[in-house]
Design a protein around this ligand. Structure first.
Ligand code: SF4
Length: 97
């Protein structure tokens, strides 16, 4: 390998590593983490993955976000995490409409 080829090879390898790194960060950002029951906010709000309160669950709460029908959805109270559509917490408020 002469000098030019080696430089090109290193450039290519370097950008591939950067591409892979950004790629996995993007993947991680998309696959949001399910909120843990021992998350301090979850504990404070008594969050559970399965509601025990009739007619109240994350799916019909005003604070749930994302696409209806998904099992796990983002919630305004848990930035960067997802809550179970059948879950519940003390912050539950009937979704308007
Ligand atoms: S505020 Fe509580 S009940 Fe409402 S979506 Fe979030 S975790 Fe579920």
């Amino acid at each position: 390998m002469n000098n030019v080829n080696r430089r090109d090879f290193l450039k290519l390898t370097g950008s591939s590593v950067i591409g892979l790194t950004f790629g996995s960060v993007a993947l991680r950002a998309n696959a949001q983490e399910q909120v843990a029951l021992d998350n301090p906010t979850a504990v404070a709000l008594k969050y559970v993955h399965a509601s025990e309160v009739d007619g109240q669950n994350c799916d019909n709460c005003q604070y749930v976000q994302g696409e209806k029908g998904k099992e796990w959805r983002p919630c305004a109270f848990f930035p960067g995490k997802v809550v179970n559509a059948k879950g519940w917490c003390a912050g539950w408020v009937q979704k308007a409409g």
